[in-house]
Design a protein around this ligand. Structure first.
Ligand code: BJW
Length: 247
């Protein structure tokens, strides 16, 4: 059901004005206006023929390490060349307004940090960190444009330090995220299709524990039914409008 943006912004601002603990979950949509395709529309140009759900797995990497390495190298170069957008900056601004604030991001692009967010958890890792496949030894100074993954001193292939499908998220990050979701007064969900677990369960956990849920997306998603407010549109437009109402 279409909802009037101005009315929804007003309701969202009222919830925030009455709240102490704010938690935000972001997904690929928040970086779309920076020029990064979302995960599910990432397959453009050269990569159109590949399924990201197959590339972002250990099986995909072991089947064809060079292919998966080159896919991440392509995306790492794209990310190196972009800047945070107004949505990232609005969330960094929001953080300054609340003493209890946590940003949980599924994104691996580092743009929230570049925009000034501090209280944050990178749930799915970072495209700028690397580790070895067998033992998880950290690897540094990995150059761009390698055709194959380099080798660790222990002989194992180096891979991006990213959480692939079927892999466990960092236990401490996960515990902290659930704790924050349970304690939130307002839980804001931005630019995620809410299809990938466990992150997709956080809004319902927050709602079940009494939080008001504000969703910012271009279209309705798997969690829209539980959202108390739906801010429809690009987050680079709706989030700055919301933050402006709080000033
Ligand atoms: C805009 C916009 C604009 C556009 N403004 N909005 C329970 C049920 C069912 C399945 C599972 C379950 N629990 C676990 C699973 C399996 C699996 C899973 O969830 N599968 C689903 C597909 C069903 N989960 C896992 O495997 C996780 N691991 C796990 O649970 O391990 C258990 C375990 C325990 C102990 C031992 C071993 C294992 C791991 C999940 C890791 C996800 N990793 C990825 C890829 C790596 C990063 C990368 O290469 O990029 O992370 S998957 C991919 O999806 C990526 C994203 O972070 C993630 C979420 O995607 P996101 O951000 O929502 O993007 P999109 O593209 O889907 O949506 C974009 C949205 O933006 C859309 O809604 C647009 O409308 C919107 N939008 N422009 C605002 N301008």
């Amino acid at each position: 059901m279409a909802r009037d943006l101005q009315t929804e912004l007003g309701r969202a601002a009222e919830f925030l004005a009455a709240a102490r603990k704010i938690v935000v979950l972001t997904g690929a949509g928040v970086s779309k206006e920076s020029g990064i395709p979302t995960f599910r529309d990432a397959q453009t140009g050269l990569w159109a023929q590949y399924d990201p759900q197959k590339l972002a797995t250990t099986e995909g990497f072991l089947r064809d390490p060079s292919l998966v390495w080159r896919w991440y190298d392509f995306r790492r170069k794209m990310i190196r060349d972009v800047k945070p957008n107004a949505g990232h900056f609005a969330l960094a601004e929001l953080e300054k307004m609340f003493s209890e604030f946590k940003l949980l991001t599924q994104n691996i692009d580092g743009l929230h940090r570049a925009a000034g967010s501090i209280q944050m958890v990178e749930l799915h890792g970072s495209i700028d960190r690397f580790k070895c496949f067998d033992k998880g030894h950290p690897a540094e100074d990995i150059p761009f444009e390698l055709e194959e993954p380099p080798l660790c001193a222990c002989g194992s292939l180096i891979r991006p330090d990213i959480v692939w499908f079927g892999e466990a998220l960092d236990g401490r990050n996960l515990q902290e995220s659930f704790r924050c979701a349970e304690a939130a007064d307002v839980f804001i969900v931005v630019g995620t299709s809410a299809l990938v677990y466990p992150a997709a369960s956080f809004p319902a956990v927050a709602s079940d524990h009494g939080a008001k849920v504000i969703e910012c997306n271009m279209e309705e998603t798997a969690i829209s039914d539980i959202a108390d407010v739906f801010l429809q549109g690009p987050s680079g437009i709706t989030l700055p409008k919301l933050v402006a109402l709080l000033n």
